[in-house]
Write a protein that binds this ligand. Structure first.
Ligand SMILES: [Zn+2]
Length: 184
């Protein structure tokens, strides 16, 4: 019987160069060389930045990109969640639903429990934590964030799907604040 190895955590490596396909063109997801045409994603407008700026090209095997395209589009993530996969359209932008508007009360209760949790306390009830994480996945996948802070957003979206503990969530929220996002 074949044993499945646990899935490797997903992260995107950004590069400061843009080599032609070949041995020197490593995939931003799996790290292997890209021999066929890479799919290239840019942090800004397709121009490589000057040396003192952040690396700003990510490139992928087509199959690798398929796995994580939601990090750039907010669309297509596999998820099982009670949070509706719908967004509030305002001026053509898709904004996340507000957790305060959940009339069932389940999500507000979960988020309030999370907000009163502090490191060192007993672990948060796993069902409540799951609801919080499901909401954060909904929030970070909102199309209104596309095109802003592209590298940071891509990695926040990937990490949102890998959050497991209340501490993970706290760390992730702190990284959201770095780009002025305050999901809760
Ligand atoms: Zn790859």
């Amino acid at each position: 019987m074949k044993t499945e190895s646990p899935p490797k955590s997903l992260a995107i490596t950004w590069f400061a160069d843009s080599p032609d396909a070949g041995p020197g063109c490593c995939c931003s997801l799996c790290g292997d060389p890209i021999i066929d045409v890479p799919i290239r994603m840019w942090s800004l407008d397709g121009e490589l930045m000057t040396a003192d700026d952040e690396p700003d090209e990510a490139r992928f095997h087509a199959t690798c990109f398929t796995r994580i395209s939601y990090a750039f589009t907010g669309v297509g993530r596999e998820r099982q969640s009670i949070i509706p996969n719908t967004y509030i359209v305002v001026n053509g932008m898709g904004l996340p639903l507000r957790w305060q508007d959940d009339l069932s009360g389940q999500l507000p209760a979960a988020i309030k429990a999370f907000l009163s949790w502090k490191p060192g306390m007993a672990p948060l009830d796993s069902r409540l934590l799951r609801l919080v994480i499901d909401y954060l996945v909904h929030y970070i996948d909102a199309p209104c964030w596309n095109g802003n802070f592209v590298p940071e957003m891509a990695n926040l979206r990937l990490r949102a799907g890998q959050l497991e503990t209340a501490q993970d969530v706290r760390d992730w929220l702190a990284d959201c604040l770095d780009i002025a996002l305050d999901p809760l």
